[in-house]
Each structure stands twice: as structure tokens, then as C-alpha cells.
Design a protein around this ligand. Structure first.
Ligand code: MF3
Ligand code: CO
Ligand code: CO
Length: 299
């Protein structure tokens, strides 16, 4: 077939290609070129990748949910000390979230029984709050997702309980660094694969391993949306990043081997070799020039 080079010109009275249902002359014809480009990209990403790009109003909604998530993590941090139960963190997170007019997304999500994930030491993720008592030297990840006015934001941090040993310090430094190097790749023109590539290079270079079974994800209108964001991979592979994409980066990094198994509760993922695992997660927006964290905290 002959390569098509000529683009048919859109008539003034044709339906606008942006899909508004208005005539072209009443819609995008006199708007700046970038406006139509954006609309085209939005449609293309929806059709090709099932990715729902966010507009300014959506972003403001997710940003507000994200501020609440960060405040919730700060609250948890202030209460974490030897002697508290992981269920105490669940109650704090649940009550604080509801008090601020939001809903804890984990509660009843695919049968998950609590309002937050609390993952101690060799638990990689999805630890279910219980009577387990935190003790001096533990590390604990608290993963909070809140729904505020219909918008989701998702973030987590790993905290020290009391005084940290050398292994605890090491894995927390590398997990935090992994999120940092991943974030540095987020800008239009880069791809999803660039993020995973940077994380894997860094974490493995530090002698640690990257979990494969759990990945970052689109977020905002729902808890887990396309695309998936692996924390390993190859430069230049995967979906090209464009402004308006909102997704999490949440590398789970093990001190030993990357292998895991899931406990009989069907949620708790633990390292197969019993080594420590740590994680940091933020929800990020791709902007015209780079990224904005919608769950901003200092890394
Ligand atoms: N917050 C987790 C994530 O980062 C998902 C937890 S699902 C739950 O994607 F059901 F365990 F809450
Ligand atoms: Co997440
Ligand atoms: Co999360």
C-alpha cells in the first residue's frame, strides 16, 4: 500500500476531531495548536494503552488526596516506637482518614481486611495489621492510599523502630535511593522502561535486589490503573511518558535475593530468604518539563 502523505484538511463545518461533538470552527479551529495536540494524545493514550490522562482539575483533586496521605504518614511516624502494635497504626490511619472526609482505599479492596498496609522487616508489602508488637531495631513500611472526593493518592515510607542496626540502615538507604533515581527519569520523552532501568542499575549496584512481582501503577481515578510501572527493565522500552500521566513509583528492594512467597492469608508477601525488605512510594504527575510529586515528602 502507498504510504499516505497527504492529510485531508478539516472543513470549518466538520465535526471537531477532538470529539467534543461541536463543529470544528466552534471548537479547536481557533485554539492554540497545543490544545488539539493534547486532545489527540489523550484519545490516543486511552485507545492504545488504556491510560487515562489527567486534566488540571483531576490533578488538583489527586494533589489534595496526596496531601492528606502525606499528613497521614507523618502522623504514623510520630507514633511509631517499640511496644506499639501494627493494629494501632491501622486505627490511627483509619480514624485520621475518615476524620478528614476521605476513605481508606485498602479497606475491603479485593477482600483486604484493613485500612492500611503495615510491612515489618522481611515482609515486602501488603502486611495486614495485627497484634504484632513492633520492637527495637525493626523496620516498618506504612503504605497509605486515600480516596478524597473520588480521587486516589498512594504513598508509603519505611520507618525505623527505635535504634536501627547496620542492615536496617543499608536497606532503607537503598530503597529510598531507588525511588529517587526512578523519579529523576520522569519527564516527557523518556519511557516507563527508563524508570525501571535506573532503579535496577542503582539497587543491584548496591548489592541489593529488586522485587518483580509487584509494580507501580497508574492511579487517580482508581486504585490501580494502567500502565504498570516495573522497577526493573531496559532503557527506552515501554510507554513514552507524556504530560498528564499520573502513576506511582514504589520499588520494593531486598537485602538478599529477590524471590518471595505469599503467606496463607493470601496477602502478606515475604522474602524467601528471610532478608530485610524496604519500600518508598510516591504518586507522580508527568509535567511539561519533568514531574511533580502529588504525595510530596523529602527523600
Ligand atoms: N498500596 C498498595 C500499592 O501501592 C496496594 C495495597 S492493596 C491492599 O499499590 F489491598 F493491600 F491494600
Ligand atoms: Co501503589
Ligand atoms: Co501503596
Amino acid at each position: 500500500m502507498l504510504h499516505e502523505t497527504k492529510k485531508r484538511k478539516i472543513g470549518r463545518n466538520d465535526p471537531c476531531p477532538c470529539g467534543s461533538g461541536l463543529k470544528y470552527k466552534k471548537c479547536c479551529m481557533n485554539k492554540p495548536r497545543s490544545n488539539m495536540d493534547r486532545v489527540d494524545v489523550k484519545r490516543m493514550y486511552a485507545e492504545k494503552y488504556r491510560i487515562r490522562l489527567k486534566d488540571a482539575q483531576d490533578v488538583e483533586g489527586i494533589r489534595r488526596a496526596g496531601r492528606l496521605v502525606v499528613d497521614t504518614l507523618d502522623l504514623a511516624e510520630r507514633h511509631i516506637k517499640p511496644g506499639i502494635k501494627t493494629d494501632d497504626i491501622n486505627k490511627l490511619v483509619h480514624d485520621f482518614t475518615v476524620k478528614h472526609g476521605a476513605t481508606p482505599a485498602p479497606l475491603n479492596y479485593r477482600g483486604y481486611p484493613k485500612s492500611v498496609c503495615v510491612s515489618v522487616n522481611e515482609v515486602i508489602c501488603h502486611g495486614i495489621p495485627s497484634d504484632r508488637v513492633l520492637k527495637d531495631g525493626d523496620i516498618v513500611n506504612v503504605d497509605v492510599t486515600s480516596i478524597l472526593n473520588g480521587y486516589y493518592a498512594d504513598a508509603s515510607k519505611t520507618f525505623f523502630v527505635g535504634k536501627a542496626g547496620a542492615d536496617a540502615k543499608k536497606i532503607v538507604v537503598v530503597a529510598r535511593g531507588s525511588l529517587k533515581v526512578g523519579l529523576r527519569q520522569v519527564r516527557p520523552g523518556n519511557t516507563i522502561g527508563d524508570i525501571g532501568w535506573a532503579i535496577q542499575q542503582y539497587a543491584e549496584g548496591e548489592g541489593c535486589s529488586v522485587v518483580r512481582e509487584f509494580v507501580g501503577h497508574g492511579v487517580g481515578f482508581d486504585f490501580h490503573e494502567p500502565p504498570q510501572v516495573p522497577h526493573y527493565g531496559r532503557k527506552g522500552e515501554g510507554v513514552p511518558l507524556v504530560p498528564g500521566m499520573v502513576f506511582t513509583i514504589e520499588p520494593m528492594i531486598n537485602l538478599g535475593r529477590k524471590d518471595l512467597y505469599v503467606l496463607d492469608d493470601n496477602w502478606t508477601a515475604v522474602t524467601e530468604d528471610g532478608s530485610l525488605s524496604a519500600q518508598f512510594e510516591q504518586t507522580v504527575l508527568v509535567t511539561d518539563t519533568g514531574y511533580e510529586s502529588l504525595t510530596p515528602y523529602e527523600l
